[in-house]
Design a protein around this ligand. Structure first.
Ligand SMILES: Nc1ncnc2c1ncn2[C@@H]1O[C@H](COP(=O)(O)OP(=O)(O)OP(=O)(O)O)[C@@H](O)[C@H]1O
Length: 366
């Protein structure tokens, strides 16, 4: 028997969509598929086109070229434009946009006006129970905390049972501790209801915590997509690697079957010809009895993580190391450091514009 889950057809298909403002493309030939029940984190720097893409899917923004289909129905493309009200796509904004003159219960029921009253009231009661909002029902938005408003806004967006929910920076108005909790609760609710969602964020850590899949955008294009694990461990471009955390960059030179670098020599199966740069995450380093000599030039506690700044003689820039293991070293101490070579990535070429990354060692290691 085959236990593989069936591959469902995409519930959303964005095909070659371009949108220009004043001649400048905010979206440039973007294609994206999302399957039923998937939670996709749409990640990118400010201005890269994330909100424009959401607005186009929701139907509050037009396109210049391409096509968008929801299920089997083309909703925009060619001569077709399906009005937002009948796309059944939910939208939730950063500022929640709750109606100030309506109670939480009235806000949640707002999108159900076309339903018979009894049915709508039952739907509202069910979502209130599902999200544990009983205590807030009769309160107005100004009587609720930011986290409470966020939950009411989520309930309002979910009440019409949308085909898909689009969320634009839904956690960015919450402070750090609360944000993590609300984020977890939100994902739990979406999963429990099987809701398909695209969640926009410019926070790489948040994208890793949220999505089944991360879609990374840059300057109006999708530059990389994959599971959080893949995109973090083996990004295909330098820009993607740098988006997710600090990266130590170490120059290296091929020499016969080796790559020679200030942090050691590595067997090089790819027989590269020109200089390269090694990309090393701060977590891929550790203090060790045996390793490359370094001097500690900085030490900082970042909650559970300790960050050490290490100066290696032959390297111009110090290396940043992060570890959960507590060390008793002090600034000025001489230490030795080793590298998790399995996670080192190689950027071909030594110029900042060189982008393509590949693992130093192919799967299986050396
Ligand atoms: N209605 C508009 N008129 C003119 N330019 C626009 C319009 N909407 C968006 N843009 C431009 O399109 C580009 C993409 O904007 P968009 O809001 O989609 O980016 P974003 O990635 O969501 O940014 P942020 O994270 O800051 O919200 C930006 O350069 C923006 O100035």
């Amino acid at each position: 028997m085959n236990d593989e889950p069936p591959i469902l057809p995409p519930i959303l298909k964005v095909d070659g969509v371009t949108r220009r403002f004043d001649g400048m493309p905010a979206l440039d030939n973007v294609s994206l598929e999302v399957r039923a029940g998937e939670i996709v984190a749409l990640l990118g720097h400010s201005g890269c086109g994330k909100s424009t893409l959401l607005r186009i899917i929701a139907g509050v923004e037009d396109i210049d070229r391409g096509q968008v289909a929801l299920g089997r129905q083309v909703v925009v493309g060619g001569d077709i434009f399906v009005e937002p009200e009948i796309r059944n796509v939910g939208m939730m904004f950063q500022d929640y946009a709750l109606f100030p003159h309506l109670t939480a219960r009235q806000n949640i029921g707002f999108g159900l006006k076309k339903m018979p009253r009894k049915e709508a009231a039952a739907r509202v009661a069910a979502i209130i129970e599902r999200l544990n909002l009983e205590a807030l029902c009769e309160r107005y938005p100004h009587m609720m905390s930011g986290g409470e408003q966020q939950r009411v806004a989520l309930a309002r967006a979910l009440a019409p049972q949308p085909h898909m929910l689009l969320m634009d920076e839904p956690f960015s108005n919450l402070d750090r501790g609360l944000r993590e909790r609300i984020r977890r609760e939100t994902v739990d609710v979406l999963r429990a209801l099987g809701t398909t969602a695209i969640i926009v964020t410019h926070d790489a850590e948040e994208a890793l915590a949220l999505g089944d899949r991360i879609v990374l955008m840059d300057k109006g294009r999708i530059v990389e997509e994959g599971s959080g694990e893949d995109i973090y461990r083996t990004p295909r471009t330098a820009d993607a690697a740098l988006f997710f955390s600090h990266v130590n960059i170490v120059p290296a030179q091929p020499s016969g079957e080796w790559l020679e670098s200030p942090i050691g020599r590595f067997p090089d199966l790819r027989a590269r010809t020109g200089p390269v740069r090694l990309f090393i995450r701060p977590q891929a380093m550790a203090l060790a009895e045996q390793g490359i000599p370094a001097r500690v030039s900085g030490r900082m506690l970042l909650g559970e993580i300790e960050e050490l700044v290490l100066k290696i003689e032959a390297l111009e820039d110090p290396l940043v190391m992060r570890t959960t293991a507590r060390s008793d070293v002090e600034v000025g101490d001489d230490v030795r450091v080793r590298f998790d070579t399995g996670s080192i990535l190689v950027c071909e070429g030594d110029h900042p514009s060189s982008r393509a990354l590949s693992p130093l060692f192919d799967a299986g290691g050396v």
